[in-house]
Design a protein around this ligand. Structure first.
Ligand code: FE
Ligand code: FE
Ligand code: MG
Length: 161
């Protein structure tokens, strides 16, 4: 982004980049948690659950792409070392060591609830000072709310069988 584009950001750009990088760490860990979960899942409705997890993985990767694009526009450096994902994450990584679909769903629901908080905070932080990041935060927040809802619906289907 050009000089003016950075100048209109009404908050500390370095602080903002830090927050965006923490969200980037979350997205990569969420991506892998979904991606590997889709492959190791066992139990009833395995195929339906795996398909949903696979779809969410793709969407988390898109979120990572949006964050990196914005970080670069702001003149920042996106996290370059995967070791930093564990250091910077807000939402952590839940190892799918018990691959039963109900357990995976519960883990991923917790992840989405954390993501919802992260993007809700980012939206509040940027609302009056950075319309571009604000708009991005809303877009991602919408997806995370949908993710939580999809997973809760699947869990409900499983539990009412
Ligand atoms: Fe995401
Ligand atoms: Fe999500
Ligand atoms: Mg979905």
């Amino acid at each position: 982004m050009g000089t003016k584009g950075r100048e209109i950001v009404g908050m500390d750009v370095n602080e903002l980049v830090k927050v965006l990088n923490k969200a980037l760490a979350d997205e990569w860990l969420a991506y892998y948690q979904y991606w590997i979960g889709a492959r190791v899942a066992v139990g009833q409705m395995r195929n339906a659950v795996a398909a949903e997890l696979e779809e969410h993985a793709k969407e988390e990767l898109e979120h990572a792409e949006m964050l990196v694009e914005r970080i670069l526009q702001l003149g920042g450096t996106p996290l370059l070392d995967p070791a930093d994902w564990y250091k910077e994450t807000n939402c952590k990584y839940e190892i799918p060591s018990d691959p039963k679909v109900k357990v995976l769903l519960a883990q991923n629901i917790r992840g989405e609830q954390c993501a919802i908080e992260v993007y809700n905070k980012l939206a509040k932080m940027t609302r009056d000072v950075d319309p571009i990041t604000y708009n991005m935060a809303l877009e991602i927040l919408e997806d995370e709310v949908e993710h939580e809802e999809d997973l809760e619906a699947l869990l409900e289907d499983l539990e009412t069988r």
